[in-house]
Design a protein around this ligand. Structure first.
Ligand SMILES: Cc1cc2nc3c(=O)[nH]c(=O)nc-3n(C[C@H](O)[C@H](O)[C@H](O)COP(=O)(O)OP(=O)(O)OC[C@H]3O[C@@H](n4cnc5c(N)ncnc54)[C@H](O)[C@@H]3O)c2cc1C
Length: 414
């Protein structure tokens, strides 16, 4: 049975100049209030939106979407008619769609040659898979999920709380509860690593290896940031949960729907924005506009020259937030060599602390054995070197080593 992929795709979000990481996180001196400050209007003509500005749904597509709608409502409420939107990800599309829908004149400027931002699909061996966002999270309270349902998209639930763990037993439930209590008890300014290291030194009723594995799966995997930088108090934000669903065919189906009919200029990186009393000048746009909504990721925000510069409160808020690194690999195989698990989710821990990867069994897309892997932590740094073929081969080897034995024939094409 061969574990050599027949098709693959590999993400490089950290090296992507229009993303510079995977999603925003709160550093040790920060709090959700920084997200609110960053998204507060700058006067009456400029507002930052995007996932990083959502106080409770940051790092997720529906959080970005909500912030886009919020910024559009703000601009419309001020009576602005001509509005520029920078970025055609979820937030930008939501803003533009909301404003266009009520008759405003909107131009979207997008640096890349495609829409969708950190949602992006690739074709691997025929079917389309997501190299960015995969799931509709917090499914019952997710506006994008309602749109996906209205569009009749095929949505597959994932049981994140019941992954099949290679070579290990499930971590006792009480560890998560105790970790949350420990994190809530420390002041702002404490780093996640301080809490984790203190606990590992005195693990109490738990085993240190179970604590480490819990931290790796829940915090390293969800952040992709060094724990010495991440806020202990606020770095473990809401996100992945039971009932999240992935979109068969990918987020592109949703993005194309949201982008339909909008004036989107692709390949137009915005480098400078000047806000004056009479309007806003955005480079790339010949005419001045009444207002601008900027939805670029945190890392890309630093590359835009604002005149006047962003207020001190916004800059301080920006400095307390950062981007993590979680990368994905899509692997297609001729045969399944890993076990089929009802939750559709698998986890492998690596040799060192912080080494972790998780896998969505995406065979449901078209019946071809397919794994979508997410890597974070030091293992990611070690494996993501060389060309994509080598990275894909190493990632496949991780799975082959985790499940070396023969597996029962799988019922594919669910
Ligand atoms: C690997 C990975 C997995 C993820 N998994 C999930 C998931 O399962 N579920 C989920 O809900 N979320 C997930 N996310 C997070 C989700 O993708 C983001 O939170 C969301 O897409 C952000 O939307 P946004 O509009 O705020 O930003 P973006 O999607 O980044 O859009 C911003 C846009 O601005 C453009 N831009 C940047 N700079 C400029 C400039 N100077 N001029 C013009 N345009 C510019 C960018 O090209 C981009 O198109 C994942 C992200 C990654 C990377």
């Amino acid at each position: 049975m061969s574990s050599t992929p027949v098709a693959y795709a590999v993400s490089h979000w950290a090296d992507d100049r229009w993303a510079r990481g995977s999603w925003s996180l709160i550093g040790r001196d920060g709090s959700p209030a920084d997200r609110v400050t960053l998204g507060a209007p700058v006067g009456t003509r400029l507002r930052l939106a995007g996932e990083a500005t959502h106080p409770s749904r940051a790092g997720m597509t529906h959080g970005a979407y909500e912030q886009g709608v919020e910024a559009a409502t703000w601009a419309a409420g001020l009576g602005h008619r001509r509005i520029a939107v920078v970025g055609a990800g979820m937030a930008g599309l939501a803003a533009a769609r909301t404003l266009t829908g009520i008759g405003h004149q909107v131009t979207v400027l997008e640096a890349r040659d495609r829409t969708g931002g950190r949602t992006t699909g690739v074709r691997a061996g025929g079917a389309a898979f997501d190299l960015g966002a995969n799931w509709l999270q917090q499914f019952d309270d997710n506006e994008l999920a309602r749109i996906a349902e209205d569009l009749g998209l095929r949505l597959v639930p994932t049981g994140f709380n019941d992954p099949l763990i290679a070579g290990g037993r499930p971590v006792p439930d009480g560890i998560g509860k105790e970790l949350r209590e420990r994190l809530a008890a420390v002041p702002v300014g404490a780093a996640m690593s301080e809490v984790v290291e203190a606990w590992l030194r005195a693990p109490g009723q738990w085993s240190a290896s179970d604590i480490q594995r819990y931290v790796d799966a829940e915090i390293v995997m969800d952040s992709g940031a060094p724990l010495s930088w991440l806020s202990a108090r606020y770095g473990f934000e809401p996100g992945v949960g039971e009932g999240d669903r992935w979109i068969v065919g990918g987020y592109r189906l949703l993005v194309d729907h949201l982008a339909a009919g909008l004036d989107i200029r692709l390949g137009q990186p915005v480098r400078a924005i000047t806000v004056g009393d009479g309007g806003v000048t955005v480079d790339g746009l010949a005419e001045r506009v009444d207002a601008v909504i900027v939805t670029v990721p945190l890392g890309a925000l630093d590359d835009i020259a604002f005149t006047p510069e962003l207020p001190p409160a916004h800059r301080t808020a920006r400095s307390r937030l950062g981007m993590g690194r979680v990368e994905k690999v899509i692997l297609r195989f001729a045969e399944r060599f890993w076990p089929e698990h009802p939750s559709g989710y698998l986890r492998v821990h690596g040799p060192g602390p912080g080494d972790v990867c998780e896998w969505l069994d995406a065979t449901a897309a078209d019946g071809v054995p397919t794994l979508v892997g997410l890597f974070a932590g030091p293992w990611l740094d070690e494996l993501w070197a060389g060309g994509d073929e080598r990275i894909a081969g190493r990632a496949a080897a991780v799975m082959a080593a985790a499940w070396p034995g023969p597996v029962a024939p799988a019922a594919t094409g669910r």
